[in-house]
Design a protein around this ligand. Structure first.
Ligand code: SF4
Length: 394
């Protein structure tokens, strides 16, 4: 079998990316132990793929899956990596009446669903109580309208209320380090509280898609493997991995960019620990070189999905003979509709033979500088006729 490190070197877009050869060797060595490796699809979530070009991805400004916050931009926790900034661009719906109005506007605008979230109180609870009957009304009036919701911490009764209200997918950040809970989240709750929430959610009939924020402890990996063990004990429907982007960290509590090799090693361990669970790399990850490294390791580790992949990542997957799919999801993938893409399985499978034949032919007929690299120019499908959200038609 060809050395995976040599394979990645053949992808022009990745040839200058500094990679940990020993980690790649470990990934290749452990690959045969994965029971589902033959069927392991990898799905790339992009707004469009008529001509696969990551420069197009930033051009999408409209979302079929907007994010709505029941507290607007307010959050009592003010975690060190976020400072509630994630809430600022969301649509505010500070009352149940506002939520009803906002959803009607989203539906009228062609939206397919929403991420419903809000800032936390001091116990890391989002106070959804007054909204349950409105959410039920929304689901009764618009049964096709999907709602994914960040749960934060909740008990069994609240998880049941959430399910009865009709929430389709529940998402929470699973934190496995007490130091991180205390220091980064400023929270007097325990790791057990996070596990109890996860247990309560998986006991409902909602889709449960927890997130692990890799590098949450000021850019260092600390509780991630413990969080992974929690997920093994309470198997969810899918897991989203994101890598911390601490743009809003206060100067006196700085974050470092997580080490890409450590992130890749965690991807590999997660893949093997949750061999039958869909694993997705969400949008949030550091940009630039780190993103290219992280995406490369995500492909090699065997993750099932990557949102907004870096240049060269699709080609790498093709060269590693993965079953490659593309789901024309919109920018809203950033807020968690990965789960719906998994549920629907509506990705479009690329013809790998055609991709590789194209690459071989290009190398044979073009100067080396143009011979390989991205899949730009490969007309794999008419995205205009298959677009999921009707946006990003660039
Ligand atoms: S609880 Fe959530 S929204 Fe509030 S600061 Fe922390 S990460 Fe941000």
């Amino acid at each position: 079998m060809t050395d995976w490190y040599e394979i990645v070197q053949r992808v022009e877009a990745l040839e200058d990316v500094a990679l940990d050869r020993s980690l790649i060797g470990d990934m290749q060595a452990r690959w045969p132990a994965l029971p589902s490796r033959e069927d392991l699809r990898i799905n790339f979530y992009t707004p469009t793929f008529k001509s696969f070009n990551t420069s197009e991805l930033s051009s999408c400004g409209k979302s079929a899956w907007p994010a709505v916050s029941i507290t607007g931009g307010d959050c009592k926790l003010q975690c060190d990596h976020c400072k509630a900034k994630i809430l600022e661009p969301m649509i505010p719906a500070r009352t149940p009446e506002d939520l009803w109005r906002v959803v009607n506007e989203i539906v009228a605008d062609g939206g397919q669903g929403m991420l419903l979230t809000g800032g936390s109180n001091h116990r890391n609870q989002v106070e959804y109580g007054p909204y349950w009957s409105t959410i039920r009304r929304i689901k009764d009036e618009f049964p096709q309208f999907k709602i994914a919701s960040h749960t934060a911490l909740m008990d069994e009764d609240t998880a049941r209320c959430m399910a009865q209200a009709g929430i389709d997918a529940a998402m929470m950040d699973v934190i496995g380090s007490q130091e991180t809970i205390t220091q980064v989240y400023h929270l007097k709750r325990t790791v057990d509280d996070f596990e109890a929430t996860l247990e309560a959610l998986v006991a409902t009939d909602m889709k449960v898609v927890p997130h692990i924020v890799v590098g949450l402890h000021y850019g260092h990996l600390l509780g991630e493997w413990n969080a992974l063990e929690m997920l093994q004990r309470h198997l969810p429907d899918a897991v989203v991995l994101v890598v911390v982007m601490p743009f809003y960290a206060p100067a006196h509590r700085p974050f470092v960019t997580p080490d890409s090799g450590a992130v890749g090693r965690f991807f590999m361990d997660t893949r093997h620990a949750l061999a039958d669970t869909p694993l997705l790399l969400g949008c949030a990850r550091p940009p630039g070189m780190a993103k290219m490294q992280i995406d490369t390791y995500a492909v090699m580790a065997g993750l099932n999905g990557i949102a907004h992949p870096s240049d060269g990542t699709v080609e790498l997957a093709a060269r590693l003979e993965r079953r490659v799919q593309v789901t024309p999801a919109c920018c809203s993938i950033a807020v968690g509709d990965e789960v719906m893409a998994v549920e629907n399985g509506n990705g479009i499978e690329l013809d790998l033979e055609a991709v590789l034949a194209h690459e071989r032919a290009a190398r044979a007929t073009q100067p080396p500088a143009q011979a390989t690299g991205t899949l730009g120019g490969i007309q794999v499908v008419d995205a205009g006729s298959r677009s999921a959200g009707g946006c990003c038609s660039a």
